[in-house]
Every structure is written in structure tokens, then in C-alpha cells.
Design a protein around this ligand. Sequence first.
Ligand SMILES: Nc1nc2c(ncn2[C@@H]2O[C@H](COP(=O)(O)OP(=O)(O)O)[C@@H](O)[C@H]2O)c(=O)[nH]1
Ligand SMILES: [Mg+2]
Length: 346
Amino acid sequence: MKIGLVGYAGSGKTTVFNTMTRLAVPVGYGGEVRLGTVRVPDERIEQLSGIFNPKKTTYAEMIFCDVPGERGAERKGLSTRAFVTIRQQEALALVLRDFENPTVEGIADPLRDLNGFSDECILADLELVEGLLTRARKDNMSPADRDRLESMRGVLEDGRPLRTLSADELDRDCLKGYQLLTDRPLFVVVNRDEDRAADPLPDNLAARIHELGAVGLALSATVEAEIAVLHTDDQAAFLQDLGLTESALARFIRAAYGLLDLISFFTVGEDEVRAWTITRGMSARKAAGKIHSDLERGFIRAEVIPYEVFVEHGSEQVVRGVGLAQTEGKEYVVADGDIMNVRFNV
Ligand SMILES: Nc1nc2c(ncn2[C@@H]2O[C@H](COP(=O)(O)OP(=O)(O)O)[C@@H](O)[C@H]2O)c(=O)[nH]1
Ligand SMILES: [Mg+2]
């Protein structure tokens, strides 16, 4: 799962990226595309790890990509090269500058930048769709596909991103090969000065984010960077001083995970307590395949204990004793927080 940190130069993408990944990429210059793995904070894993005291604790992970906001000479906003990288992302986290940055032209105006980026994506999709329609006859496109593209063109011409359409209005399965931008999940990160880190988003900005089918969050990358280097105990005190219970970055990472419709199931034991990432709606058998292909191939059944049930009773034996352990077959749809033990035979 790859999420791109995108947006204009000087908005704080690299600062956010460094803080999340604990890498130290130089900030304040164009730079190259960087990838970093980010652990998805999950207090359930901490709890389980506290109970089992395993040799190893493994969190769910996501890959973030720092995409330089290189300006294009040939176009108004971002360069064509930047867009080639942006197209490779599964979801976009748009970082908007909401602090004064003397090295960047123009005062901070997150709404302007949100609209600017959104329009660029709409325009890029429109070009792509029109290109496909121009070649439709030559490519022997089916009338159904052509109709679909034509209705997409209409939506884009109205200035609307494709993600705002419901499943009835647009069959997403047909879009997979097209590399469209406006259909991708969009997360908006409003990056602020320290003193305004905890303020809510202004109404007009919040409304526009909603209108674009996106999810928004405010943070201060510099505050987050300060929090990240503190010891765990000091972190709690620091956050409390700011009137917060959790770092915004932790909330952001978790929300981005949710935005992609990802959920976690857990495996537990003395060797390892581990979170596994699956898309919502996956069957137990398929989910078992994430652990090992043998488990999918030879799947017999899964013993499932929902996380809440487990913590309430404190041990697998007690849960079984009170008859709350579930025995599930291969078609069972795994729920977020299921603790699974797969029985298999190969
Ligand atoms: N005051 C303030 N400055 C920030 C914040 N985030 C980033 N900066 C500064 O803005 C400049 C550009 O940041 P950078 O992460 O390189 O932006 P990028 O071009 O989007 O990757 C750097 O000098 C950062 O220190 C913030 O939350 N508050
Ligand atoms: Mg950068």
C-alpha cells in the first residue's frame, strides 16, 4: 500500500515524511522521490504484547512516498515528472502550507492550494480520458466502455473529481488500468505554525475538502518532529500541554490506513504478536494466505476471538471456557481486530 505525500514545494512534505519514517532527508529543497515504511500505531497491539510478552512484536505497516513538488516550466503547477510519480501512488496525502515560508512565493493560503492541486488533477484526467476517446475507434473500444468514458468526461468537465461519484454512478472495477488521479482516495493535511496546531479547520476549507470527497486533518509538522524525538513518557506530558492525547501524525497514519479500507487482524503467541493488513471484506481463507500460502491452500478452519472479547477475559483459555471463541469456515469475513488462529493441513 503506497501513499504519496504530494503538494507544492515548501509545504512541509519532507518534514512530515522524516517525522513519520524517522529518516533524515534534507528538508527545504527539491530532492528526489523517497520511500519509507511507517508503522501504523495501534494500541491493541501494545495491549496484546503486554499480555503475551512475545519475543517479537510486529505492527501493521504502510509505505509512504515523498514526492517532490517540483514546478513545471511547461505548465502552471507541478511538473509532468512530478505527476508521473503521483500516478504511481494508491492514495494521495496532499500537504497544504498554512504557515508563512519566506522561501516560497505567495502568502499561505491552503484553500487556494487545495483548489489548485485538485484542478490540476482534474485537468490531467480530462486529458487522459479525451486521449482514450480519440483513439476509441482505432482501439476497437466497446460501446459500454465508450459510454463510461463519456460520462466521466462530463463529470470532469463540471470540475468534479471522480471519487465523488457513488458506486452506482461509476463502476470502479473498470477504471483499474487507466491510472486516473481524481478517483484515488485523498487525504488533506493542513500543515500549520506551532501556535495554531490544535485549531480546527476553518469552515470554508473543511467544506471544500468534503466536497472533493476527501478527508482532512490539521497538524504542525514542526511540532510533530519535536514530539517524535522525545521519550514515550515525555511525549505524553508534551501532548497534554498542547491539550492533545495523541500526536496528530499517529491519527493521520491511522486515518490514512482506514481511508484505504484497510483493517488489521492479529496473530498472538509467545514468539510473536503481530498485526496483518487486509482489505475490508476479505474471507478467512484469503486472509490466512497473507500469513503463508500453505495456510490458504490447506485451510481447514479459523478459531477467532474478537480483540474486545479477548481483553475483557484476559486469556484464550478463559474465552474458550465461557464459549466465546468462534469457529469459522473459509468464507467467514474477517473483522477488524479479530485474533485468528488458523488450522490447516497440507
Ligand atoms: N513554521 C513551520 N515551518 C515548517 C513546518 N513544516 C515545515 N516547515 C518548514 O518549511 C520548509 C519546507 O519544508 P519541507 O519539508 O522541505 O517542504 P517540502 O518542499 O514540501 O518537502 C522547511 O524550512 C521546514 O522547516 C511547520 O509546520 N511550521
Ligand atoms: Mg521535500
